[in-house]
Design a protein around this ligand. Structure first.
Ligand code: PMT
Length: 423
């Protein structure tokens, strides 16, 4: 049945001129965030219709979504009255994009199985529009290999799986599985229509069939429960590379330090905090097999020897901290038995070529991209960069100079460089 609250509905003119988003809401506590999501999508100029599963209605009422979307809310497949209005096939055709947010583990499993036993699953089967899935669930359910296998199947079917956020969960657990903030989901939808999504990308598929792992952003090394050592990396360079590799046809896993960037569509994101987290996750992924490893992360070289259990109290005029060396992630992975093609970055402030070539050799890399981080207009946190790329001697390739350009453009050129070297 359709919810019956009276609120203004969109005119046909609106439906014809703006992009139509069909929002599927499934049963999970994150359903409350979807109410705000409807509002943000409408603010961004989209026409929104909502389909709710039975589970979703246990968390939020259809009336809420009807009031926010200005449209009847669709809840049932077998309701003659609703079918007479806009039936499941019309809904499937109306949508320019289907977004399921939150997508519960149960909904994901039913979509993966090709179920058509309620309105949402039926519309998903019947639509030709791209379908974006925003999983939200308990961190253990998220990690479960059944869930992960289902999501991989959906990716293989060309669904867009949006990586969940990490943090404290309604159930008291801490970990991955939170639905991203509505603003981030709106940005993902917008970037799809701006042609930045994989399905609309015009880029040459030079990395098709490759699995690329990219480290991005800073690491944080705790000193006590409230303080840490870190740096100014924003993650922009690594995220731009993730998009460039995705657009080149690769499957991309992005290992992201604490940054506030939305996850690029179609990219699997794993959040990490410290260098040791990053090494543990990298090691596991490389064990499972990948083709290219790109280390853009600004990993803290040192961490506190001891992390204080309690907040360090202010005493005296100075404080001495003992720091110990962190593992070198890229150098460790380069020695892995299943070594992928290894790309490092070098952040230098002087003697660029000498230091970059030194790192290329000591870390046993295939390629290294060097940037001058003493410049204010490129490097850390800037939207632009300029790089010089060096290759291992065994390729016999000349260095490549990439003049200042947006990190997006630099990333696309770096993808060409690594393919040029045989990645
Ligand atoms: O994130 P942005 O704000 O967009 O900024 C981008 C950037 C400036 C961070 C990026 O372009 C960059 O230069 N990244 C490398 C930063 C760095 O740590 O450089 P490095 O010269 O200290 O390290 C050399 C290489 O070893 C890097 O690939 C680094 O990821 C890796 N490394 C370093 C230390 C460590 N313990 N483990 C590592 O894997």
């Amino acid at each position: 049945m359709q919810a019956t609250a009276t609120s203004s509905s969109s005119s046909n003119a609106t439906l014809q001129t703006s992009k139509n988003i069909l929002l599927g809401v499934t049963g999970g506590i994150a359903a409350y965030k979807s109410a705000y999501l409807v509002r943000r999508l409408k603010d961004a100029g989209f026409a929104v219709r909502v389909v709710m599963t039975a589970g979703a209605q246990a968390f939020v009422t259809p009336l809420t979504f009807q009031a926010l979307s200005g449209e009847p809310v669709h809840t049932s497949l077998l309701d003659p009255e609703a079918e007479a209005g806009m039936g499941h096939i019309e809904l499937a055709r109306w949508a320019d994009l289907v977004l399921v947010a939150p997508a519960s583990a149960n909904a994901i499993s039913r979509i993966t199985a090709g179920a058509a036993d309620d309105l949402l699953t039926t519309v998903i089967l019947a639509t030709a529009a791209p379908v974006f899935i925003s999983p939200a669930m308990n961190q253990q359910m998220w990690q479960n290999q059944i869930t992960q296998r289902n999501l991989q199947t959906l990716r293989d079917y060309q669904f867009h799986v949006i990586a969940p956020d990490s943090g404290s969960q309604a159930c008291g657990d801490v970990g991955e599985g939170r639905m991203p903030e509505p603003e981030d989901l709106v940005a993902i939808v917008q970037s799809h229509f701006q042609g930045q999504a994989p399905t609309t990308s015009k880029t040459n598929q030079i990395l098709k069939g490759k699995h690329v792992v990219i480290t991005a952003g800073p690491t944080r090394e705790a000193l006590d429960p409230v303080r840490y050592v870190s740096n100014h990396s924003s993650g922009k360079m690594g995220f731009a590379l993730a998009e460039a590799c995705r657009d080149a046809g690769a499957r991309v896993t992005l290992l992201a330090g604490p940054v506030s960037l939305p996850t690029p569509t179609g990219v699997e994101r794993i959040n990490i905090v410290s260098a040791r987290d990053l090494l543990a996750v990298s090691d596991k992924i490389v064990d499972a097999g990948c083709d290219v490893f790109i280390a853009t992360a600004a990993v803290a070289d040192y961490r506190a020897e001891h992390i204080a259990d309690q907040k360090i109290k202010k005493q005296g005029d100075s404080l001495t901290l003992t720091l110990v060396k962190n593992p070198d992630i890229v150098a460790t992975i380069a020695k892995h038995a299943k070594r992928p093609f290894m790309v490092g970055f070098a952040a230098e402030t002087q003697r660029m070529e000498e230091y970059a070539r030194g790192k290329l050799e000591t870390k046993q890399l295939d390629m290294i991209a060097c940037n001058d981080v003493s410049r204010g207009d490129i490097g850390f946190a800037s939207d632009d960069n300029a790089m010089t790329v060096f290759f291992s001697d065994r390729f016999g390739l000349e260095k490549v100079i990439l003049d200042k350009a947006s990190k997006k453009e630099i990333a696309a050129r770096l993808v060409e460089c690594l393919v040029h070297a045989g990645a």
